[in-house]
Design a protein around this ligand. Structure first.
Ligand SMILES: [Zn+2]
Ligand SMILES: [Zn+2]
Length: 827
């Protein structure tokens, strides 16, 4: 084996095989040991891993190996989020069945991950497209149906005519499909929903208790749930006893300032309010225009708000005034009641709209001195508000609610922005929804003993019509489990976010065949101690997984309230200023990187280049630097292998220099440990190890002639072993190889993580007076055991000493230990 250049190909393959043969990272429940469940978000098997994967798995592996070394019983599993649209699109494009495409991709990506040497317990691997997996979510679906937590209704959805599927609001960008860029259209369809709104309060309350989560993610979740307190009441339509409009407001104190009202264009009442064909046409046109915008665009604060004034008017219940009624794009049907009372004096969006449409603005709160030109949302004394005049905003809110309740036109109400989770997809490659429609019994859940409802293999995929399953007669034509009569099977499949809402529970006992998971195993491993994944999942996946866990808890299946104790959201990998993507041509292929530099270098670079929460800017020089560093460690060990192997261990140093070097070793151990434990600052931890390696080289050459060979070798051995232990979770193959070269029989990852020796860390300092030609010029703080050359150098370089020695020749520098430095110059 080469001793001057590090042979990563041989070493990496060798240790990957040994770890696998030894089943070294297999997790077994052991109630006697503290557990640590370390989980990276599982990947979609798209075909190849990319640098973003390398980054997140390197982070996860660092933490998992570190926790092993700290004595934890670690669960670190990997699997595949295997259902989803790309498999189906590939099938349409290349004529290969989604199942074959998916499993081939899984095989290839597994081999790529194995080349990275991540410490997964591969015995627990799972794929969500396996019927033995989705069977259990079908069972839970039926239980949710029984409890009203799953239900079916008509709703307007974002429809991509090209992908032939429903899109979530987040998947609509500028009115276009995120995947294929087609224009998205609204569409009314029947579909299945999970009642996540029933858990809105609890999901929000727990946001305060997830202290291991990044504040940014918690804020996004809070905003997504969007709780607001206020009142809901009715507005009468002038001259129409049959039509009333419900509005919700968080500011009932401002009702006297309501100068117009707005309906969402999709509001069901609109059609009944229209006067004639002209108005009908105008509304249809307006609706079509609005439908081209995404919800996010409609809600954006910084864009003009489109509106259409209807002929109908509504009545302000507080003062009886008849006011205009509009349709406007900034009001959404799905949020609150789909209608608002507009109070431009105190709401900026209403203010903007009122200015654009020449509507009156009434101020109902006295402005602070100098306030002008926009709505005022702050506190103050009520004005222009009838019986509320003179009250504070808070008191006026209460008084206004009392007034509304007493007249029976409304109620006090808490409102949420969160809406129920639409889980129906009109696609093939997903878990079938286990219900049937019987000619006699109506909608019937599939009987438990008939689960799983298996996705049929013989299907024609064209991507043109609706659900491909509707075309499969053997699937659609079924028997009613209740009466034995003819029934039609549901052809919608579940949103793939359902599978990712519980895979972390399945990992506890992935081969269990009598339920979703084995209770005792789930109780031992859950919750996940450290979850790691991209910020793009800050809302949906994490919220759905939290909701689903709470549902399982309420079904009596798990005890935990929350699935993830701590969360790390890593940044993106970017190159030349943009996220790596095929279309930008800036992709770095991990396979190439591993072939050229090895997995350890790829991992070291991605951990070193940026702190995990920040974006990582790709840099070829950085990769080369990482490789050089590992070679430098390798060379040192091999060029001193005999001395290192022969050294006795941990003899206390007898010289100042030895003590200083040993302090450097233990300061490094402390820094690396602190950086990993606090804030996941792996990059600074790696810097510390690099500095220690520099110190090793420096110590080796400086101490060569002065120090007794035994002490020197023993300190070098302690230093080198510390480097390997600290580097192990970051670059495991090379560390493990060098560890074994030093004569250790047992794996590096069975060693305890090093702890700093308090004695070695003690640093005693003294203050030395510095004189130049007998005059005191400065004072120096130095270690008690600092070597004389170092003290002399510090004294000569001192800022206050410099002016007195710069122009003269220094004749000699006398150090009086622990007291004085005297610099004598030639006059
Ligand atoms: Zn599309
Ligand atoms: Zn029936």
């Amino acid at each position: 084996m080469s001793t001057d250049r590090y042979p990563f190909r041989e070493i990496e393959a060798k240790w990957q095989q040994i770890w696998e043969d030894r089943k070294q990272f297999r997790a077994v429940e052991d109630p006697a040991r503290p557990k640590f469940y370390c989980l990276e978000m599982f990947p979609y098997p798209s075909g190849r891993i990319h640098m973003g994967h390398v980054r997140v798995y390197a982070i996860g592996d660092l933490l998992a190996r570190y926790k092993w070394m700290r004595g934890f019983n670690v669960l670190h599993p990997m699997g595949w989020d295997a259902f989803g649209l790309p498999a189906e699109n590939a099938a349409i494009e290349h004529g290969v069945h989604p199942a074959i495409w998916t499993y081939e991709n899984i095989d290839y990506m597994r081999s790529q991950l194995k080349k990275l040497g991540i410490s997964y317990d591969w015995d627990r691997e799972l794929a969500t497209c396996d019927p033995s997996y989705y069977k259990w979510e079908q069972l839970v679906f039926i239980k949710m149906l029984e409890r009203g937590l799953a239900y079916r209704r008509r709703s307007t959805v974002n429809w991509c005519p090209s992908c032939q599927t429903v899109l979530a609001n987040e998947q609509v960008e500028a009115g276009r499909c995120w995947r294929c860029d087609s224009e998205v259209t609204p569409r009314e369809i029947e579909g299945w929903f999970f009642k996540i709104t029933a858990y809105a309060d609890e999901l929000l309350a727990w946001c305060d208790r997830l202290v291991g989560w990044p504040e940014r993610v918690i804020t996004m979740q809070r905003n997504w749930i969007g709780r607001s307190e206020g009142a809901e009441f009715e507005l009468a339509v002038a001259g129409r006893a049959d039509a009333r409009i419900r509005v919700f407001t968080t500011r009932p104190d401002t009702v006297f300032g309501m100068t117009y009202a707005v309906l969402a264009p999709e509001h069901p009442l609109v059609d009944r309010l229209l006067g004639d064909e002209t108005e009908r046409r105008a509304v249809a046109e307006f609706r079509a225009e609005v439908a081209r915008q995404s919800e996010i665009e409609r809600l954006a604060a910084d864009r003009p708000k489109r509106g259409l004034r209807l002929r109908a008017k509504v009545v302000n219940p507080f003062n009886g005034a008849e006011i205009p009624l509009f349709l406007a794009d900034y009001v959404l049907m799905g949020y609150g009641t789909g209608a608002i009372m507009a109070v431009p004096g105190e709401d900026q969006r209403d203010w903007d709209f009122a200015r654009q449409h020449d509507l009156p603005i009434i101020e109902t709160v006295k402005r602070p001195e100098g306030w002008a030109g926009e709505a005022y949302a702050g506190d103050g004394v009520k004005i222009n508000s009838g019986f509320l005049d003179g009250l504070s905003v808070a008191d006026a809110k209460r008084a206004a609610i009392d007034w509304i309740v007493q007249r029976a036109i409304g109620v006090a109400k808490v409102n949420y922005r969160l809406r129920d989770w639409g889980i129906s997809r009109q696609r093939y490659w997903g878990a079938p929804i286990p219900v049937l429609y019987c000619e006699t019994c109506g909608m019937v859940p599939e009987a438990e003993e008939n689960l799983p409802v298996v996705l049929p293999r013989d299907v024609q995929l064209s991507g043109k019509r609706g659900s491909p399953l509707a075309e499969v007669a053997s699937f659609v034509n079924a028997t009613c489990p209740k009466c034995g009569g003819k029934a039609r099977r549901e052809t919608d499949t579940m949103d793939t976010f359902v599978e990712s809402s519980w895979y972390f529970l399945r990992y506890a006992s992935p081969r269990h065949d009598r339920g979703m998971f084995e209770r005792s195993a789930a109780e031992y491993w859950m919750p996940v101690d450290q979850y790691i994944g991209g910020i793009e999942h800050a809302v949906l996946h994490l919220l759905y997984a939290r909701f689903y866990t709470k549902v399982l808890r309420d079904l009596g299946m798990v005890k935990v309230d929350e699935p993830f104790t701590a969360l790390l959201s890593q940044g993106m990998v970017i190159k030349d200023g943009a996220k790596m993507s095929k279309s930008k041509g800036n992709v770095v292929d991990p396979d190439d990187l591993i072939r050229t530099f090895g997995a350890d270098t790829a991992r070291l670079f991605s951990l070193f280049a940026a702190p995990p929460e920040k974006d990582l800017d790709w840099n070829d020089h950085g990769v080369e630097g990482a490789s050089r560093f590992l070679n430098r460690v390798w060379r040192f060990v091999f060029s001193h292998i005999d001395a290192l192997k022969g050294a006795s261990r941990r003899a206390a140093p007898t010289t100042d220099e030895g003590r200083a070097f040993r302090r450097t070793i233990h300061e490094t151990i402390k820094r690396v440990t602190d950086d990993i434990e606090r804030d996941f600052h792996f990059n600074t931890a790696i810097s510390a190890v690099m500095e220690l390696v520099n110190a090793i080289y420096a110590f080796e050459s400086a101490a060569a002639d002065r120090m007794a060979g035994g002490e020197r070798a023993s300190l070098l051995r302690e230093a080198v072993e510390s480097v390997l232990l600290l580097l192990g979770p970051i670059a495991p193959h090379v560390s493990e190889e060098l560890w074994s070269e030093l004569g250790h029989r047992e794996s590096l990852f069975k060693q305890p993580w090093p702890t700093p020796d308090a004695g070695a860390l003690v640093r005693k300092e003294v203050t030395l007076v510095v004189q130049v030609d007998g005059k005191v010029r400065s004072r120096l703080q130095v270690d008690v055991d600092a070597p004389e050359e170092r003290i002399q150098r510090l004294a000569l370089e001192d800022d206050k000493v410099q002016p007195w020695v710069r122009q003269r020749a220094v004749e000699r520098v006398v150090v009086v230990a622990n007291r004085l430095v005297n610099i004598v110059t030639r006059a």
